[in-house]
Design a protein around this ligand. Structure first.
Ligand code: KIV
Length: 251
């Protein structure tokens, strides 16, 4: 698609129903993101989600999808404990979930691990720019502007065998330069319009997220209010006895 100049769409999913909907809607990629830690589990950041929890949700997604490429995030610190452990953990994802690839945060710093995984036959998507698993080191979610480092990360990931790279929270001009320089697709989130594709968290896209969202988020629906209205109406109708009506009852 990169070579043909076609843009790639990717969204996150964490369960069977949503994954089936996304697959039917035609997105090219589905990511079982460690954002699950926040949007499904309610944690403050992506650090708490475990390998077993990622596998549990990836199994649901893998069961639902027949067309899209499904990528599963390697949670912190599943790829930081040596290449043997990284292959063991990524191998579990491929063996137990029917998903086809893993994603890990890092560039130059993770190129040996990316190379070890790819030489074990495990397709790897790298994740450069803002790496949310480093939140405590970074002190906050910030735009990353070090062009030299970002380019070096992307090139190192490509050289190590990554098949694509997520670029998160970087200026559009830097993302454009990286996209033009490397041969594998760049999938942006807060990285501008010139990336080869875009990825967003499904809860943000559907307007399910409460509170403020980062600048790069566009809600394409307002399901939070749709769901809230439906639940209020259900409660009203139960209270006033209009639900269940005749047609909802067995005689
Ligand atoms: O975990 C996630 O959802 C991600 C995307 C935001 C790229 O890594």
């Amino acid at each position: 698609m990169k070579q043909a100049g076609q843009k790639i769409s990717m969204l996150t999913a964490y369960d069977y129903t949503m994954a089936q909907l996304l697959d039917e809607s035609g997105v090219e990629g589905i990511l079982v993101g460690d954002s699950m830690s926040m949007v499904v589990q309610g944690h403050a950041n992506t650090l708490p989600v475990t390998m077993d929890e990622m596998i549990y949700h990836a199994e649901m997604v893998g069961r639902a999808v027949s067309r899209a490429l499904v990528v599963v995030d390697m949670p912190f610190p599943s790829f930081h404990l040596g290449q043997h452990r990284a292959i063991e953990n990524a191998g579990r994802i491929l063996k137990e979930t029917r998903c086809q690839a893993v994603k890990l945060e890092g560039g130059v710093d993770q190129c040996d691990t990316i190379a070890a995984l790819t030489s074990a036959g495990i397709p790897v998507m790298a994740h450069c720019g803002l790496q949310p698993q480093n939140i405590h080191q970074l002190g906050g979610y910030k735009v990353h502007r070090d062009e030299e480092q970002l380019l070096a990360d992307a090139q190192a990931a490509e050289a190590a065998g990554a098949f694509a790279i997520v670029l998160e929270c970087i200026p559009s001009a830097i993302a454009q330069k990286i996209t033009q320089t490397i041969h594998i697709p760049t999938i942006g989130i807060g990285a501008g319009a010139d990336c080869d594709g875009q990825v967003l968290v499904i809860n943000d896209v559907l307007g399910l997220t409460a509170g403020n969202s980062p600048r790069f988020v566009k809600p394409f629906a307002n399901l939070r209010s749709t769901i809230s209205d439906a639940v209020h109406q259900f409660r009203e109708e139960v209270r006033d006895g209009t639900f269940p009506a005749d047609e909802h009852q067995y005689r």
